[in-house]
Design a protein around this ligand. Structure first.
Ligand code: GSH
Length: 362
C-alpha cells in the first residue's frame, strides 16, 4: 500500500491527506520521526520536507502539487481539476496562493502565540522526538525556537508587518464565508483542486491551532463547516456539478492573489534573478524586509506563467477581463524570462526535489 510519511499537524501532509481521502486512494499514514525527516527522507527525495510518500513499487515522491498531478494520471475519475480550462487555471492560482502565501500567516499564528506554540511544540516533539534521548521540556523548547526562528522571525514577520500578516487571514475568512453561504465548495457542489489546496492552511493550521481556530469558529463558522465537509468528502458519494465560469464571489480572492501572492512571487523572482539570497517586498502598502529568497517559489511563478501561456487562445481571451480587473494579469506576466533553474522540476514529484526554503537553522 501507499505509505504517507508526515505529521497530523502538518500543512502539506493535511493537503495531501485531504486529496487522498476525497479520491479514496488507500494509504497508510506513517508518523514522521526526526531521524526520517533529517536523514532518511532527504536521502530518498532530495528535500527535508513533509509529506513524503513511498509507492508500493519502492519509488519515493515529495511535493504535493506534482504529487497530486501524478495521482490524477493514475486515478483520473473524477478529475480534481474542472474540465473548463479557465476554471482549472484559477484553481492552480488558488492552490499556489494557499501553498505559498498563506504559509506566513499560518506559521505566525502557530508560533507567535504561546497558546498555540506550547500545544504544537508538544504535539510535534512527542512524535518526531520520541527516539531522541533528551528531557521533554528541552525537546519542546527546541521545537518552538526552531519553528519561530525560521518561519516567523526570519520570514519577515515583525511588529511592523504583523497586522498585515494577520489581516490576510481575516480577509480570507470573510471572502470564504460569503462563498460557502451560497455553495458547499469553491466551484460548486463538489471539491476541486482549489478546495484541496486551501486545506493545507485552513485544516491543519487555521482551524486546528488554538489562536486562529477561535477566530474561525467565532467569525466564520461557515468556513469551519467547509473544513470538515472537505475532510469528510468522498468522490464516490458526490453527484453534484460545478458552476459555470468564475463566480463573482471569487473575485475578491483573485484580487488578494494578485495584490499579495503574485507581488510576493515577483519580489522573490526578481531577487533570484539578481542573486540576492534575501530580499524586501512591498505588499499591499506594507514593507517586508529580509525575506529568504526561494528558488522553489521562482519555479512556482515559472509554472503559473507557463500554464497561462499554454491556455488555448479562446480561454486566455475570456479570462483576460477578469484577471485584468482583479489585478492578477499584470503581476502574473510582469517578469519575462523567469527561469528557476530547477533542473529536476520536470521529473517532480520523483527525482531530487527542491525544498521551499533551503536555509533552515536548527
Ligand atoms: N512544496 C512542498 C512543501 C512541503 C513543506 O514545506 N512542508 C513543510 C511542513 S508542512 C516542511 O517540511 N518544512 C520544512 C521544515 O519544517 O523544516 C509540498 O507541497 O509538499
Amino acid at each position: 500500500m501507499l505509505k504517507v510519511y508526515g505529521l497530523k499537524v502538518s500543512y502539506f501532509t493535511g493537503k495531501l491527506e485531504a486529496y487522498l481521502r476525497y479520491k479514496e486512494i488507500p494509504y497508510e499514514f506513517c508518523p514522521m520521526t526526526a531521524r526520517q525527516f533529517m536523514r532518511d527522507i532527504p536521502a530518498k527525495t532530495g528535500a527535508m520536507q513533509m509529506p513524503a510518500a513511498e509507492l508500493p513499487d519502492g519509488r519515493w515522491m515529495t511535493d504535493t502539487s506534482p504529487m497530486i498531478d501524478w495521482f490524477e494520471t493514475q486515478y483520473p475519475d473524477p478529475p480534481i481539476l474542472p474540465e473548463d480550462p479557465g476554471q482549472a487555471f484559477v484553481c492552480r492560482l488558488i492552490e499556489d496562493y494557499a501553498d505559498e502565501w498563506l504559509w506566513r500567516p499560518a506559521m505566525h499564528y502557530r508560533w507567535s502565540y504561546p497558546l498555540s506554540s506550547k500545544l504544537l511544540a508538544r504535539q510535534i516533539s512527542d512524535v518526531m522526538g520520541a527516539e531522541i534521548k533528551a528531557p521533554g521540556w528541552l525537546k519542546r523548547r527546541r521545537t518552538e525556537q526552531r519553528q519561530k526562528h525560521n518561519f516567523v522571525d526570519r520570514d519577515g514577520v515583525t511588529p511592523a508587518t504583523r497586522a498585515h500578516v494577520e489581516s490576510s487571514y481575516l480577509r480570507l475568512l470573510q471572502i470564504l464565508e460569503t462563498v460557502f453561504a451560497s455553495r458547499p465548495f469553491l466551484f460548486g457542489d463538489r471539491p476541486t483542486l482549489a478546495d484541496i489546496g486551501l486545506m493545507g492552511p485552513l485544516l491543519r493550521h487555521f482551524s486546528m491551532d488554538p489562536a486562529p481556530g477561535v477566530i474561525m469558529r467565532e467569525t466564520a463558522p461557515g468556513v469551519m463547516e467547509w473544513v470538515y465537509r472537505m475532510w469528510n468528502a468522498r468522490a464516490s458519494r458526490m453527484s453534484g456539478g460545478l458552476v459555470s465560469g468564475i463566480p463573482d464571489d471569487l473575485r475578491p480572492l483573485l484580487r488578494e492573489i494578485g495584490e499579495a501572492h503574485l507581488e510576493a512571487l515577483n519580489a522573490n523572482a526578481a531577487a533570484w534573478q539578481t542573486g540576492q539570497t534575501r530580499h524586501d517586498a512591498r505588499i499591499q502598502d506594507t514593507d517586508y524586509h529580509d525575506i529568504q529568497t526561494s528558488q522553489y517559489r521562482v519555479w512556482c511563478l515559472e509554472v503559473l506563467q507557463a500554464r497561462h501561456a499554454a491556455l488555448d487562445d479562446l480561454t486566455r481571451a475570456s479570462l483576460r477581463p477578469l484577471l485584468e480587473a482583479e489585478n492578477v494579469l499584470e503581476p502574473l506576466l510582469r517578469l519575462s524570462g523567469v527561469e528557476s533553474g530547477y533542473a529536476a522540476g520536470k521529473e517532480a514529484p520523483f527525482g531530487r526535489s527542491l525544498p521551499v526554503f533551503e536555509d533552515i537553522r536548527s
